[in-house]
Design a binder for this molecule. Structure first.
Ligand code: C5P
Length: 325
């Protein structure tokens, strides 16, 4: 959704971007490029990060952003523990990738105080390194904002290409809603989805590296054979009972081996009445599905003592929301 008017002279943009959950994640094997071949059903959930970007112009150097060759980047705001401020931050990685595409010769640290600077402020609510695509959502928000601020006019396909170069979940985060993902998870098809489910999102006390979980899956090494049909039918019909029964993640076994306390945490969600429970992406966040906010709040109260934080959020949650000015 977009508010305000995108003009050539837009100098400030705010993007609110939702978290991702995988209703289904099937790992089919290792690809020639080292990534894993996936079949996955992705959906947004109502936990949001917010990115605000504005352009600071040196006095007297007014110029269309597309005509510039150097662009300073400053990432500001209180970043939670574990969120890097440098190029490992996917916001910076996204800015560099977009800058390369549009031919900027330098993007990043400010070299010359006569150059323009893009100031980015990030407010994070999505769990860090939790399997809910927080970093990817921020990267998608950065691409959407900078594409306008820098006058890049990349178009939908162009942005999607840059997004895939930044991370496997970034193309989905550009769009939101409910999608079937194949390949690395970057080839996306929109999926019909009805109804709203309520998630109990349980944060674990420590992060889990995505690469480590895929590595543990490699050691077990047997491609999943479950297909996403039950989940696709459940979301098409808005049947939350069927969705709860169909939730599936081939990475769960590997993640549970690396973090054994998640086994009991999942059992606790089911015993407390969740329609289904599943690891979110590569984890360690666990998700319990319920049919209403009231039921979700009740379930959340029951499991809260066992987690660092527990949130109640609806899903699906639309896509990124842009406000100009
Ligand atoms: O693409 P992204 O940088 O988000 O992936 C993080 C890590 O997750 C990769 O380095 C890789 O180890 C693993 N991964 C994978 N196959 C995928 C997606 C991610 O092996 N389809």
């Amino acid at each position: 959704m977009t508010r305000g008017t995108p003009t050539q002279t837009a100098t400030a943009i705010t993007v609110r971007v939702p978290a991702k959950v995988n209703l289904f994640l099937g790992v089919r094997g290792v690809r020639a490029d080292g990534y894993h071949e996936l079949v996955t059903v992705l959906q947004t959930a109502g936990l949001h990060d917010q990115l605000h970007a504005h352009l600071v112009e040196p006095h007297g150097r007014g110029q269309h952003p597309a005509a510039r060759s150097e662009m300073g980047i400053q990432l500001r705001g209180h970043l939670p523990e574990g969120v890097p401020a440098g190029p490992q931050n996917l916001v910076i990685a996204a800015a560099l990738a977009l800058g390369r595409r549009i031919g900027l010769t330098h993007v990043g640290e400010v070299h010359d105080d006569r150059d323009p600077v893009t100031v980015i402020e990030l407010e994070k609510s999505i769990p860090v390194a939790g399997g809910m695509a927080g970093g990817s959502a921020d990267a998608a928000a950065a691409l959407l904002a900078l594409d306008v601020l820098w006058g890049a006019e990349s178009g939908r396909e162009g942005l999607r290409e840059v997004a895939a170069s930044v991370g496997s979940d970034v193309p989905f985060c550009l769009e939101g809603g409910t999608m079937l993902g194949t390949g690395r998870g970057t080839e996306l098809t929109k999926v019909l989805a009805r109804g709203t489910g309520w998630w109990v999102v349980c944060e674990d006390a420590e992060p889990l590296s995505t690469a480590a979980v895929y590595g543990a899956w490699d050691e077990e090494g047997s491609p999943g054979t479950v297909d996403p049909d039950a989940v696709l039918a459940a979301v098409a019909h808005g049947d939350l009972n069927a969705l709860g029964a169909g939730l599936h993640n081939d990475l769960e076994h590997a993640a549970f081996r690396l973090r054994p306390r998640l086994v009991q945490a999942k059992e606790r969600l089911l015993a407390a009445g969740a329609l289904g429970a599943v690891l979110s992406g590569s984890g360690p966040t666990l998700l319990g599905l319920t049919a209403s906010r009231v039921l979700a709040e009740r379930l959340a109260d029951e499991v809260r003592p066992f987690h660092r934080a527990v949130h109640v959020v609806p899903g699906p949650a639309g896509g990124p929301d842009l406000t100009y000015g």
